[in-house]
Write a protein that binds this ligand. Structure first.
Ligand code: ADP
Ligand code: SF4
Length: 691
């Protein structure tokens, strides 16, 4: 296929100081939970981006000195020459595909507690660290400032030695020593580095100049700068100091990578922001500099990208999440394969991986993070091993992904779905407030399946275990493998993390599950939502019911509502939204018994009891795997083998209920493993420390 000439502009080269990017697709720095701990995994993941057409591929933040580290988070490290070989792996991998490698040098100032190095953190002024750690940073003296400049220069030289083409001076996300110097909230110095804006910018300017001096002959020097901090007049805003700083330094760096701060706002989920959400803050930058400008905004639509360039908002399309969901996004546009773009859904499961320091994963792209460990590639898959047919039962995320990957392997696949629509849980969940983009999990797969003649979809086909056995030998079907992706059902008895027995008295009151709410059940009066699941659903259901006028009390045993969403950077925004909607919130609270028209609650700390009125109760606790088919079939080994069925496997939520990302991964894994060599004896591949 040929690319649409409308998109030609996206493939123009861009000169960045002494180097040239071959197109306008720019993978901005992004964390990944691998960092210095897993350099092979990291290099393989970055390589796939370069291969997929991103002309610049950057690292995550790379710590330049032990005076600022946030171990156990797995970011990059460049403290001495011994760290160069690990980073070289990445630059070599990126260069193989003709892309430029960028490195984001980072010193976290007072945002680093230094629990590993045990060095007191440093900052422009003495203050408490930004976390809850009982640690304070000390004020830097002149020698400290000189030292910091030396460390940065040395790191830049080492980065050059490691093969990087583009070296960042990083002042974004409110978490860098440079942003601390820029900020009048943090920087209370009375010397030439504090006070006036000119003084607060001094260190930033010195660092750009010194980095250019050190490596600027062959490396581009990029600046990452957050032009808006949403902290009011005491912070950087795009209308005053953010703008003035860009004006002051306009022509100094070779590239401006601009965004908004803090990270939870920069990486806002689709629940809170739509594609292109940063434009109104960053669009002024291009009018102040002749240097290339990069911006982000969860861009997945080539038309939006072209519009950003043509309207002069930015020169290069920056992306972290869209490049994670589809490392081949640029190639697909280049080759006119727009229908094949796996669009990011803005769920921030990728961010979660970094937050809990495990290798990156993605809801849309099951191969993400598995490039080295499992040797998975987002666009290539092992061809089928035989002419066997495969039956996949259930067309939710797991079944759809499994059928797609099997079809791509060339297997003849029959996908049976009970309802009239493919999509499973994403169909219903994407109708909840803020979750519309999640339908992309279904849409991408349905679209791709349409192009695969090997896969036949049978909707409105609730298949029974007898039929599975009976149909296997029928000529028109004839399958030898069965994959069950029949999903899970929310419980209505209150059993969950905090109750291992049913909640007493549920018969006294109308009780609903998330499935009922999503099916449009009629809820009456004052609603109590009991959330013992702790991810998004409890909060979203409270929001939905409140929006249609119910009085809603959201109760959870956890110390925060929707507590797990802290890892997807959404917790604060969720809580804010619910509070603005006037949903009552009760944390650290247990639901103990239910009576007519009321529920009894108990504080999880003191066990003191209270009663509150309740006309309808929604229980968001735990799910039953829908594994009846699997259990039944397992009990029929003779019939199964007589029917010519060689393997039966349960995948996704019917295997173990979890996230949509886990279901997609499970479906993909099963498809890759079909007829593969048995894996039992193969150890779990990991990056061992060399002794
Ligand atoms: P997962 O997240 O594991 O993919 P979902 O609950 O999203 O699970 O999807 C399960 C899908 O399986 C639903 O679309 C459901 O209608 C379908 N399904 C369940 N049982 C059967 C069955 N016996 N035959 C065909 N489809 C089924
Ligand atoms: Fe996008 Fe979610 Fe994948 Fe992250 S995990 S890249 S937000 S789809």
């Amino acid at each position: 296929m040929k690319r649409d000439p409308r998109f030609d502009i996206l493939f123009e080269p861009v000169k960045i100081g002494p180097v040239t990017a071959r197109n306008r697709f720019y993978q901005v720095p992004h964390c990944n939970g691998m960092g210095y701990v897993q350099p092979n995994s990291l290099a393989a993941m970055r390589e796939v981006k370069a291969e997929g057409g991103w002309s610049v591929v950057c690292t995550e933040e790379v710590w330049i000195h032990p005076t600022a580290e946030i171990v156990p988070h797995a970011e990059g490290i460049l403290w001495d020459d011994g760290d160069i070989p690990a980073l070289e792996k990445m630059t070599e991998a990126v260069h193989k595909h003709g892309s430029l490698a960028g490195i984001e040098l980072q010193h976290g100032g007072y945002c680093s507690s230094n629990n590993y190095s045990r060095i007191p953190p440093i900052a422009p002024s003495a203050l408490s660290v930004s976390s809850y750690d009982p640690v304070q940073a000390r004020a830097m003296d002149k020698t400290d400032i000189i030292n910091f400049r030396k460390w940065h220069r040395k790191a830049a030289l080492r980065a050059k030695q490691a093969g990087f083409d583009l070296i960042y001076v990083y002042a974004a996300h409110s978490g860098t020593l440079l942003t601390h110097f820029l900020s009048r909230r943090i920087n209370k110095r009375t010397d030439e580095y504090g006070g006036s804006l000119e003084n607060r910018v001094r260190l930033f300017r010195e660092l750009i100049e010194e980095t250019k001096d050190a490596v600027g002959d062959s490396c581009a020097v990029a600046v990452r700068f957050a032009v808006e901090e949403f902290l009011g007049p005491m912070g950087i805003t795009s209308e005053n100091e953010g703008r003035e700083i860009v004006e002051m330094l306009a022509e100094l760096p070779d590239l401006w990578d601009v965004n908004i701060s803090k990270w939870s706002i920069d990486s806002a989920s689709s629940r809170f922001e739509a594609e292109g959400y940063q434009e109104s803050y960053i669009s002024f930058v291009k009018s102040l500099t002749s240097k290339p400008v990069v911006g982000v905004g969860r861009f997945t639509s080539p038309d939006t990208m072209v519009s950003q360039i043509k309207r002069g908002v930015m020169d290069m399309i920056g992306a972290a999440r869209p490049s994670i969901a589809d490392p081949f996004l640029p190639k697909k546009i280049e080759e006119g394969r727009m229908d094949e773009i796996r669009e990011c859904i803005g769920c921030n499961i990728c961010v979660m991986s970094d937050q809990i320091s495990v290798p990156i994963r993605c809801t849309q792209n099951p191969t993400m993070g598995e490039e080295w460990r499992r040797g998975w590639h987002p666009e290539r898959i092992e061809p089928r091993k035989s002419d066997d047919g495969v039956l996949v039962v259930g067309g939710g995320p797991a079944g759809l992904e499994c059928a797609l990957a099997l079809g791509q392997r060339g297997y003849r696949v029959m996908l049976a779905e009970a309802t009239s629509e493919l999509g499973g849980r994403v169909n219903s969940e994407s109708h909840l407030p803020g979750l519309a983009e999640w339908a992309r999990v279904r849409d991408y797969r349905v679209q791709m399946l349409e192009g695969l003649s090997e896969v036949t979809v049978y909707c409105e086909n609730p298949i029974s275990s007898e039929e599975i056995i009976e149909f296997s030998a029928k000529d028109q079907f004839n399958y030898s493998h069965v994959l069950l992706a029949t999903g899970a059902t929310w419980r209505n008895d209150g059993i969950g993390k905090n109750h291992r027995e049913p909640i007493p008295g549920l018969e006294n009151i109308p009780v609903f599950t998330p499935d009922d709410i999503m099916d449009g059940a009629s809820v009456q009066g004052r609603v109590v939502v009991y959330d013992d699941d702790h991810y998004y659903l409890g909060g979203v259901i409270a929001e939905k019911l409140r929006s249609v006028g119910h009085e809603v009390l959201l109760v959870t045993p956890a110390p925060q509502i929707s507590i797990w969403t802290q890892y997807t950077l959404e917790q604060e925004q969720i809580q804010k939204k619910l509070m603005e909607l006037r949903v009552e919130l009760s944390t650290q609270t247990e639901l103990v018994t239910v009576n007519d028209g009321m529920v009894e609650l108990s504080c999880v700390v003191t066990e003191s009891r209270t009663e509150t009125a309740c006309d309808s109760l929604v229980l968001v606790t735990e799910r039953f795997p829908n594994d009846e088919l699997f259990c039944f079939l397992q009990e029929q080994p003779e019939k199964i083998s007589k029917a010519g069925i060689k393997t039966i496997r349960c995948i996704g939520d019917c295997h173990a209920p979890a996230t949509i990302a886990a279901a997609v991964y499970s479906g993909h894994l099963a498809a890759r493993e079909l007829e593969a060599e048995p894996q039992e004896e193969v150890p779990f591949l990991r990056e061992r420390v060399k002794i």
